[in-house]
Design a protein around this ligand. Structure first.
Ligand code: XMP
Length: 630
């Protein structure tokens, strides 16, 4: 039998993911399904499904295109918990009434649990068991009053027949409901966010109501998955493309453990766009676990295909296509017969719609669902051993499998590698700043920023932008303040989508001149960026800050100042959970300055060119910036 689980119906936004990861941390497997999935009725009647959660979502139940699900969920005799949209969905669909709102209720609010619902489950009255039957088990050990997080416009006016009102806030008289006969529960507030003080407790109560055994953990996953994969693989062999990133490395190690290294073949494509010494490091650490790894040395092919190309989208396409060509060559050269399966390191958020930016979806589907791969999937020749896991779970699994801590906790690295961190230009320009703006001595003139002559990718609303970054003119060194200032300026001046601040320079005096150089991705520029990136990583590790930031791209742009050098470097530390949104990594400003000085001192440049003119810090959140500059 499959492992027992809770099904979450994803009504939109990113709520479903947050609920799922909270449930998993409580020791229960959670699976997300789209509400219109035709499999729902069959799925929820399966014995391993212990209960159902209807997530929040940005829509109003009144909207014509609002998400709907099969009414079979109401007769499946499984406990249901509706949250926010899910709360209203239950009322709307079971005979109650939802009233359209105008102003809404956002942020912290005080939930007061109805005395009847509280009864014996009051923390204060736990000794008095005389009224046990009356307590609503959803609020067991939750105080009579506590802070909850609200985010809604519409509100339930009348509950459906059979539901009791079990909680209210000052602005919402119908904040929680319970149908004891059906074992249905619903709350208007978001119990999954950390701001809801007893949210985790309420969620745990629901899992107890569902009769969950709280036995989901990585060791258990490993044991169960081993068995399942062994059956699935049978006597076949497996090959996979490893990138050196966490997901494919853990998948590789996992397969090695299950069927032994002699039946697993790893292929590592050296695109020439990897980090300094990465090929050697990945080879060394994977061979250390006994893995059979072949490196396909394709750096020249990639760089030749990229020669003369400058447009970000075109660069991406070329890298993607070259990857596919290399894979295709491999497929035809090796004449893989039915004795072989392809394994992929696809993880959970990649497998379902996330409601994030369209582009994020495109990025993720790109590699793992390429046409050639899709053909193999359709023939049942692809396995995805960690497709049920989140990134943090993948890391725990990696450690259980004995992979080195450093490898397992590496920052995510994009498929196109340094190709999305080397900005190019098909034109040249030289601009004299008659206004004598000075980013380095910090005198404010006219606009509070200097517009760079190059563009970078950003994201505003659901759309990708391609606009100029601005060099901020401020003496602020508090990163949070800089981030606030950047947001304010980008909202005000529509020509910019990012703000950067200077950290170090290789020229004397103020900025009087800015030059843009015509250039593409070439071996010299790759080397400069690899060196700068290696310096940053080394200092970050030495300072003990490597694992305090989520990712730390280092970017190269062909822009120089006052006729000194031809390149500049941007440091882009970010904090994030899932890369859909990000804030600037809160590292000590002194450390960032030290990185800049080290980069300038070491020159990074090969003999005869590519000198670094200045080093900057990107102080833009995502949105409006993206993590990579492209
Ligand atoms: P952006 O720049 O869109 O990046 O904010 C979000 C996250 O995705 C990574 N990234 C990629 N990962 N293939 C990948 O596997 C790609 O083409 C790609 N582009 C961006 C980026 O490093 C960040 O973690």
């Amino acid at each position: 039998m499959e492992h027992e689980r809770i099904i979450i119906l994803d009504f939109g936004g990113q709520y479903a993911h947050l609920i799922a990861s909270r449930i998993r941390r409580l020791g229960v497997l959670a699976e997300i399904m789209m509400p219109d999935d035709p499999e729902i009725p069959a799925k929820i009647s399966r014995p391993e499904v212990k209960g159902l959660i209807l997530s929040g979502g940005p829509q109003s139940v009144f909207a014509e295109d609002s998400p709907k699900t099969d009414p079979a969920i109401f007769s499946a005799e499984k406990p249901i918990l509706g949250i926010c949209y899910g709360h209203q969905y239950l009322a709307h669909n079971l005979g109650g009434k939802v009233a359209p709102g105008t102003t809404g209720e956002f942020g912290a609010s005080k939930l007061k649990i109805s005395p009847s619902a509280k009864a014996s489950s009051f923390v204060e009255t736990t000794e008095d068991k005389s009224d046990d039957r009356r307590g609503c088990p959803l609020f067991k050990d939750v105080p009579a009053e506590s802070i909850v997080w609200m985010n809604h416009v519409d509100a339930v006016q009348d509950f459906a027949p059979g539901f009791e009102n079990i909680g209210e806030t000052p602005h919402c008289a119908t904040a929680a409901a319970w149908n004891p006969a059906k074992n249905f529960y619903s709350v208007q507030f978001h119990l999954e966010v950390s701001h809801t003080k007893f949210g985790n407790r309420i969620l745990k109560n629901f899992l107890e109501i569902c009769g969950c055994s709280f036995d989901w953990n990585m060791q258990k996953f490993l044991d169960e998955q081993k068995q399942k994969l062994r059956e699935k693989i049978g006597d076949k062999n497996v090959f996979l493309f490893v990138s050196g990133g966490v997901d494919s490395t853990v998948t590789f190690a996992f397969l090695n453990e299950i069927i032994g290294p002699e039946r697993v073949k790893g292929l590592f494509v050296d695109t020439g766009l990897l980090r300094e010494n990465e090929v050697e490091q990945v080879e060394k650490s994977l061979r250390a676990i006994g893995a059979d790894l072949t490196t396909l040395r394709e750096a020249e092919t990639f760089l030749q295909n990229l020669a003369g190309k400058t447009d970000p989208e075109e660069k991406r396409k070329i890298i993607g296509h070259t990857f596919l060509d290399v894979q295709q060559d491999f497929f035809s050269r090796e004449k893989l017969d039915e004795k072989w399966l392809l394994a992929q390191g696809t993880i959970y958020p990649d497998t379902i719609e996330t409601g994030g930016t369209k582009n994020a979806d495109k990025i993720k589907t790109h590699h793992n669902r390429a046409p050639e791969v899709q053909k193999l999937i359709d023939q049942g020749l692809v396995i995805e051993p960690i497709a049920e896991l989140y990134k943090d779970e993948v890391r725990v699994l990696g450690e259980l499998l004995g992979l080195p801590h450093e490898l397992v906790w590496r920052h995510p690295f994009p498929g196109p590698g340094l190709g999305v961190r080397i900005l190019c230009s098909d034109t040249e320009s030289r601009e004299i700043l008659y206004d004598e703006v000075d980013a380095f001595t910090l005198q404010t003139k006219k606009k509070p920023y200097i517009k760079l002559p190059i563009k970078s990718v950003g994201v505003q609303g659901d759309f990708r932008t391609y606009k100029h970054p601005g060099i901020l003119q401020t003496n602020e060194t508090d990163i949070e303040e800089l981030e606030k200032l950047a947001t304010k300026l980008i909202n005000h001046y529509s020509e910019i989508n990012r703000c950067i601040v200077p950290l170090g320079k290789n020229f004397a005096g103020k900025i009087r001149e800015i030059s843009l150089h015509k250039t593409d991705i070439n071996p010299d520029r790759v080397k400069i960026l690899q060196r700068a990136d290696a310096i940053v990583t080394k200092l970050l590790r030495e300072a003990g800050e490597y694992e305090t930031v989520w990712q730390f791209p280092v970017v190269l742009m062909p822009v120089s100042f006052n006729g000194e050098g031809t390149e500049s470097i941007i440091l882009r530390p970010v904090d994030s959970i899932d890369a859909m949104s990000a804030s600037v990594g809160k590292l000590p400003f002194e450390l960032l300055k030290k990185m800049a000085q080290e980069i300038l001192k070491s020159r990074c440049a090969p003999q005869g060119g590519g000198e670094i003119s200045a080093v900057f810090l990107d102080c833009t959140s995502k949105p409006p910036g993206t993590i990579e500059w492209e």
